[in-house]
Ligand binder design. Structure first.
Ligand code: PLP
Length: 384
């Protein structure tokens, strides 16, 4: 059996090596390292893939979130509501811009931001909501968009973990994750579902005026060379990274299908076990029915109940099976982001999840022998 890895980027590279290398060589020979044809090709291809009017490439996913907030004109003191159970990038940029983050709890089955908690956190200072499409599926966007419309709030989708996932609204319209709110932000960090070989990110929007503003912000606030109309940043996707993304984007759907196939095998092995709760999808389907693409399983995350999570994690480490705990400390308890007004009773779900979740190896190169070794090791441990 091949060595089990959390993410296997070497195996994936071998499959696309000749195309990536050819594209690299042509960038090196052209010396068009910044912007240039690879970046433009990627921008157009991603716009077509997502069915969105504007893609604005940038340097990484954290920048994308920050640039989105700058582009929407959020001002110091404005409140931005986001989820307690996620990666820190969102609250980090909120803090850097002098905005105030308001963390709210998540839903116990899907781990997504809880719309009822969002609604009750709204104050006259609230200006935006950042739903995080965690682990590969979208937050409950019908409810979020309804709350936003009612209170005139902006919606920034953190789509770093769900590129390629779809969201079907109650009214039947189907949209790609990241194209539902005012602006979507994504990351092309190597381990993401669409990852480059360094850092990369992008913003998506259907709003022409906002797209224009964002294009200036990523480039030092310039709309005309050496005319700095607004305070911007330097945040570019470089051509070598775009070359990787051009090779991978046509394969994204098949990568995501492989992830779903793995999730299906994991689900089948663990279904009904008394110590395990399987990942649930926002729209209530299995997320892995053959036609369904509502979940792209950036992570396959189980809840291990009866206090057995930490012992299982230790056992997997001793068996050389990698796993991850995303996320072990709720954001409201992080030193940099804690706030006296937070009450532990407002975060009961996140607090419980931080003690129960475990994410299993999930990537495009896992084979049946590896999956069966992982599931057997886990079941033998829990049953012993
Ligand atoms: C990865 C990630 C980010 C940040 O992306 P970078 O490209 O690493 O800056 C932001 N939000 C979430 C949810 C992520 O998973």
């Amino acid at each position: 059996m091949k060595k089990i890895q959390m993410v296997d980027l070497q195996g994936q590279y071998r499959e696309i090596q000749s195309e990536v290398n050819e594209r690299f060589t042509s960038v090196l020979e052209s010396a068009a390292f910044i912007n240039g044809p690879e970046v433009q090709e990627f921008q157009k291809a991603l716009e077509a893939y997502l069915g969105v009017k504007h893609v604005i490439p940038c340097a990484n996913g954290t920048d994308a979130l920050q640039i989105a907030m700058m582009g929407l004109g959020l001002q110091p003191g404005d409140e931005v509501i986001t989820a307690d159970f996620t990666f820190a990038a969102t609250v980090e940029v909120i803090a850097l811009l002098g905005l105030t983050s308001v963390l709210v709890d998540v839903l116990p089955d899907t781990f997504m931001i809880d719309p009822a908690a969002v609604a009750s956190a709204i104050t006259p200072k609230t200006k935006a909501i950042v739903p995080v499409h965690l682990f590969g599926q979208t937050a409950p966007m019908d409810e979020i968009m309804e709350i936003a419309a009612k209170h005139n709030l902006k919606v920034i989708e953190d789509n770093a973990q769900a590129i390629g996932a779809t969201f079907t609204s109650v009214n039947g319209t189907k949209k790609m994750a990241g194209t539902i709110g005012d602006v979507g932000a994504t990351s092309f960090f190597p381990s993401k579902n669409l990852g480059c070989y360094g850092d990369g990110g992008a913003l998506f929007t259907n709003d022409d005026a906002l797209a224009h503003t964002l294009r200036g912000i990523v480039n030092h606030g310039m709309y005309e060379r050496y005319h700095h109309d607004v305070v911007g940043v330097n945040s570019r996707l470089d051509a070598l990274q775009a070359a990787v993304l051009n090779a991978k984007l046509p394969r994204l759907d098949s990568y995501n299908t492989k992830r779903r196939t793995t999730a299906k095998a994991y689900n089948a092995a663990f279904n009904g076990h008394p110590d395990i709760e399987l990942p649930k999808t926002v729209n209530g389907c299995e997320g892995i029915c053959d036609s369904c693409d509502c979940h792209v399983f950036h992570q396959y995350t189980l809840k291990i109940t009866h206090g057995k999570r930490d012992a299982l994690v230790a056992h997997l480490a001793s068996e050389a099976i990698p796993c991850g705990v995303y996320y072990p400390i709720p954001l409201h308890r992080q030193k940099a982001y804690t706030n006296e007004s937070y009450k532990e009773t407002d975060f009961t779900v996140t607090n419980a999840l931080s003690e129960q979740v475990v994410s299993l190896p999930m990537h495009t190169e896992l084979d049946a022998a590896q999956i069966s070794h992982i599931t057997k090791t886990i079941l033998n441990f829990l049953n012993s």
